[in-house]
Write a protein that binds this ligand. Structure first.
Ligand SMILES: Cc1cc2nc3c(=O)[nH]c(=O)nc-3n(C[C@H](O)[C@H](O)[C@H](O)COP(=O)(O)OP(=O)(O)OC[C@H]3O[C@@H](n4cnc5c(N)ncnc54)[C@H](O)[C@@H]3O)c2cc1C
Length: 304
């Protein structure tokens, strides 16, 4: 039996064809997805995955695209953006959020219930799914310390619940990266606190972030992981690379660990600048800078 095109097979789900991902990424760069779907609940996500598996369509999951560079050739197959799946509930001292919920909103819900533990994440612009995937962290806090469970969809389409041990958190790492599961929900165990004190802590961290980071320009946050024994920003500054422009991308003059899009940058501009920085720092300091930002998709085809 001929299977229908995935967009035709699911008329009730918003699915765009050949949609530029630059419209969604925080860097405002990136080529098109063959199909870009916006499931609104677990059942839709599960059905899309099952159908894509049946017709051998590769599947990529994206959250808030705040830690992502999509190459200019785009992504073949189906891309699912989960930000329409964003319910947040509380029960006792726990907060459970669907994967597409904004982490920032989740911290605000925790604060509204006078629950402490997520303050560190008040300014991290990712989704809950992306935060679990990356074990996002800031100002001494990390998702691993509060995330006690995640419900996932395995690549084969089974729903499983992973506990903290199974999530195997490390520095900007979780088991989701190894097994290619799709995070559906995450549960955070928090402690009762004082709502005003929690808010004050979040405000303080957000002020510190705004003072140090180029939040006024598109970026993907810290491009590189922190190398043991060094500070990335300092290495880049000392190598004289701060402010360097590459096409429309620039090493931020405010925070050398960020690359900002100052003038219609392409993903290629970003990637070439990243490679240049890595080569200079390796040569000068003997330090390998590993990317924290996830780089996905295909190279653009060169036109004659
Ligand atoms: C201005 C700025 C400041 C930032 N500050 C910080 C910071 O302080 N600390 C920090 O840790 N990060 C920071 N980041 C980076 C980013 O916000 C985090 O890494 C965040 O956790 C990424 O979430 P996301 O939803 O945007 O993920 P995306 O960028 O959409 O995706 C990142 C990876 O996660 C995967 N993924 C996303 N959702 C799911 C899911 N539901 N299931 C399975 N895989 C999934 C994607 O496939 C991709 O590989 C910052 C970024 C910006 C732009």
């Amino acid at each position: 039996m001929m299977m229908a095109d995935i967009a035709t097979a699911f008329p009730a789900i918003k699915i765009l064809r050949d949609e530029p991902l630059a419209h969604y990424t925080h860097t405002k760069t990136g080529g098109p997805a063959d199909y870009l779907a916006f499931p609104t609940n677990v059942q839709e996500t599960k059905s899309l995955l099952a159908y894509a598996n049946q017709i051998s369509l590769p599947v990529t999951v994206v959250g808030n695209a705040s830690n992502l560079i999509v190459r200019d050739g785009g992504i073949r197959g189906l891309v699912m953006i989960l930000t329409q799946m964003a319910a947040i509930t509380t029960a006792g001292n726990t907060v459970t959020a669907e994967a597409g919920a904004a982490l920032i909103t989740t911290t605000q819900v925790a604060q509204a219930h006078a629950l402490s533990g997520l303050e560190f994440a008040a300014g991290i612009p990712g989704s809950v799914g992306g935060a679990i995937f990356m074990n996002a962290g800031a100002y001494g806090g990390e998702i691993s310390t509060v995330a006690v469970a995640a419900e996932v969809l395995t690549p084969e389409g089974e729903i499983r619940t992973l506990n903290q041990t199974e999530l195997d958190f490390g520095y900007r790492h979780s088991s989701i990266q190894d097994y290619h599961d799709i995070v559906l929900t995450a549960t955070f165990a928090l402690t009762p606190g004082d709502g005003a004190a929690i808010q004050a802590q979040m405000d303080d961290l957000n002020a510190r972030r705004a003072a140090k980071q180029p939040l006024e320009l598109p970026s993907c946050g810290s491009v590189f992981k922190r190398p043991v024994g060094h500070y990335t920003g300092q290495l880049i500054q000392e190598a004289g690379l701060q402010g360097l422009k590459w096409g429309g991308a620039q090493v931020s003059t405010k925070h050398a660990g960020f690359i900002v899009n100052i003038d219609h940058a392409t993903a290629t501009d970003y990637l070439e600048l990243i490679h240049h920085i890595q080569a200079v720092i390796l040569e000068k300091d003997g330090v390998t800078l590993e990317t924290e930002v996830r780089i996905i998709g295909e190279e653009p085809t060169t036109q004659k």
